[in-house]
Design a protein around this ligand. Structure first.
Ligand SMILES: Cc1ncc(C[n+]2csc(CCOP(=O)(O)OP(=O)(O)O)c2C)c(N)n1
Ligand SMILES: [Mg+2]
Length: 343
């Protein structure tokens, strides 16, 4: 059983709900950042919702994902709690990393979310490692790595894909080609038209799908998962998508025009999927608006609660940093705490 069945009306509504949740969460995060409420940086996933939701909805509950610096959408797609996420953005103790990680380090290993990552290209080798673990233990688990067009030329991405391909590991590599790595357009980063050409070098299947179409992403990943879990190795999927907002909040975006953005907004994934469901009678426009309003209220509430929540105490600064199961590290951590970190 897949975690979400896109063939059913319940599954379709859940997919819509998740895409709307990402849109509402990141819209709120952008507003809060602009108001000076949030420390650090936020990179918004608005416009790219169909990729995270389509891909993760096609996985099983027990599967792993690795994420990027633009990770809120992956977290929500994997079912993470929006209050705990918001608390993490605020640096509060209730956050996923007790407020010590922030937007780019949200992780929930128990949920199979192996972490957002501030290091561009760091996800694929982690996914290969998780896939190797699953393979070694004989568990039916697949590891899916999300990474950007800007990560495709990173060395460690290729090391990860090469090993997974050579050892037929249960991995899936999903490139979110949003056409920019920071301010650099795709054509100035790569010599190929489609990044899925990368797959040829490793003799694995490679596809480019419409990343504004949640169904297309879902179907590609579902097929990739079947291949991975039956021992046939990894698949490389390029999802063609676009970010509506700047690279980070505060980016003045001299590298593109409002018209460029509007062209993609005309193909908005949420609007397209919703219209398809309305036509099929799976949801009415009124039900859709009700769903959207409820989600926005939930996110507002999560943000208000996170704002009021406690910060971690300074005495907790060295907690959760070391693997307590390794005695030497434990000992080192205890000494660090004792002398206030003077080493
Ligand atoms: C190893 C490394 N190099 C450079 C950076 C700086 N950096 C942060 S995001 C980014 C662009 C990433 O572009 P892409 O992978 O396409 O992801 P997108 O932001 O478009 O989602 C860069 C170069 C970094 N964080 N890590
Ligand atoms: Mg990009």
């Amino acid at each position: 059983m897949v975690s979400i069945d896109i063939e059913t009306e319940d599954g379709q509504r859940e997919i819509l709900r998740r895409m709307l949740t990402i849109r509402a969460f990141d819209t709120k995060a952008g507003e809060l950042f602009a108001d000076g409420e949030l420390p650090g940086f936020v990179h918004l996933y608005i416009g790219e919702e169909a990729v995270g939701v389509g891909a993760i909805s096609a996985l099983e509950e027990q599967d792993y994902i690795t994420s990027t610096h633009r990770g809120h959408g992956h977290c929500i797609s994997k079912g993470l709690d929006t209050y705990q996420m918001m608390a993490e953005l605020y640096g509060k103790r209730d956050g996923y990393c007790n407020g010590k990680g922030g937007s780019m380090h949200i992780a929930d290993v128990d949920a199979g979310m192996l972490g957002a990552n501030g290091i561009v290209g760091a996800g694929p080798p982690l996914a290969t490692g998780a896939a190797l673990t699953a393979d070694y233990k004989g568990e039916d688990k697949v590891a899916l790595a999300f990474f950007g067009d800007g990560a495709v030329a990173q060395g460690q991405v290729h090391e990860g894909i090469n090993l997974a391909a050579t050892w037929d590991l249960p991995a899936i590599f999903v490139v979110e080609n949003n056409h920019f790595g920071e301010a650099t357009p795709m054509e100035q980063q790569h010599n190929v038209e489609h990044l899925s050409a990368t797959a040829e070098a490793y003799d694995i299947p490679g596809f480019t799908v419409d990343g504004m179409d949640v169904t297309a992403v879902y179907e590609a990943v579902k097929e990739a998962r079947e291949r991975a879990s039956s021992g046939e190795g990894p698949t490389f999927i390029e999802a063609d998508t676009y970010r509506y907002e700047g690279h980070f909040e505060g980016d003045h975006q001299p590298y593109r025009t409002e018209e460029d953005i509007e062209l993609w907004k005309d193909r908005d994934a949420i609007e397209t999927f919703k219209n398809r469901l309305v036509e099929a009678g799976a949801i009415t426009q009124e039900e859709f608006e009700e769903m959207r309003d409820e989600i926005e209220a939930e996110i507002d509430d999560a943000a208000e609660r996170a704002k009021e929540a406690d910060y971690p105490d300074p005495s907790e600064a060295y907690e959760d940093m070391f693997n307590a199961t390794v005695p030497e590290i434990n000992d080192f951590a205890a000494r660090m705490r004792a002398d206030g970190g003077e080493r």
